[in-house]
Design a protein around this ligand. Structure first.
Ligand code: ZN
Length: 171
């Protein structure tokens, strides 16, 4: 299996080289299913497509979405997908990975500055970044309940019953 990891990391490096030639961050990624099939390849496109969110991992996830998603049933496919990337994923990519159904991440190089998976698994981090933004959470009960109702009904339509989107009562 260790050899397979290295083989797939080398595919990710092919993408990193393409990114580098294009004049953007030299980072590449591939997604592989549990049978070892490569289902997508992605690379950084931040400066080539003028898109701050175009990181290699997000690019690979976008291109794999036809496999990650079960379109018919409006759910996520269950498969032990692995994402290989040349560099430890940043906070944005880490969260995208968490929300895409990917179960394993392998990277070639640790990123001690922006790498997020190791630190986020340990606890609250990136406080210096969080200190630069403010948030206003649910200022209007009517709008909050509107969103809750829409999500609850969306789940019911696809056969999922959760309690989490019940209407909030004013306290
Ligand atoms: Zn990223």
């Amino acid at each position: 299996m260790q050899n397979n990891h290295i083989q797939f990391l080398k595919l990710a490096f092919e993408e990193a080289i393409l990114a580098e030639r294009g004049g953007t961050y030299p980072i590449g990624a591939v997604i592989v299913d549990s049978e070892g099939n490569v289902i997508s390849r992605g690379r950084n496109r931040v400066f080539t497509e003028i898109d701050c969110t175009a990181h290699a991992e997000v690019d690979a996830i976008r291109q794999a979405s036809h496999v990650l998603l079960d379109i018919t049933n409006r759910k996520f496919n269950k498969n032990d997908f692995t994402l290989y990337t040349t560099c430890e994923p940043c906070p944005m990519c880490t969260c995208t990975i968490l929300l895409s159904g990917i179960k394993q991440v392998v990277w070639a190089a640790d990123d001690d500055e922006y790498g997020a998976i190791r630190r986020m698994k340990e606890g609250p981090h990136f406080l210096s970044l969080f200190n630069t933004i403010q948030y206003i959470a649910s200022p209007c009960l009517e709008l909050e309940n509107k969103q809750r109702k829409m999500l609850k009904e969306w789940n019911i339509r696809r056969g999922i019953i959760h309690k989490e989107w019940e209407e909030k009562i004013k306290t």
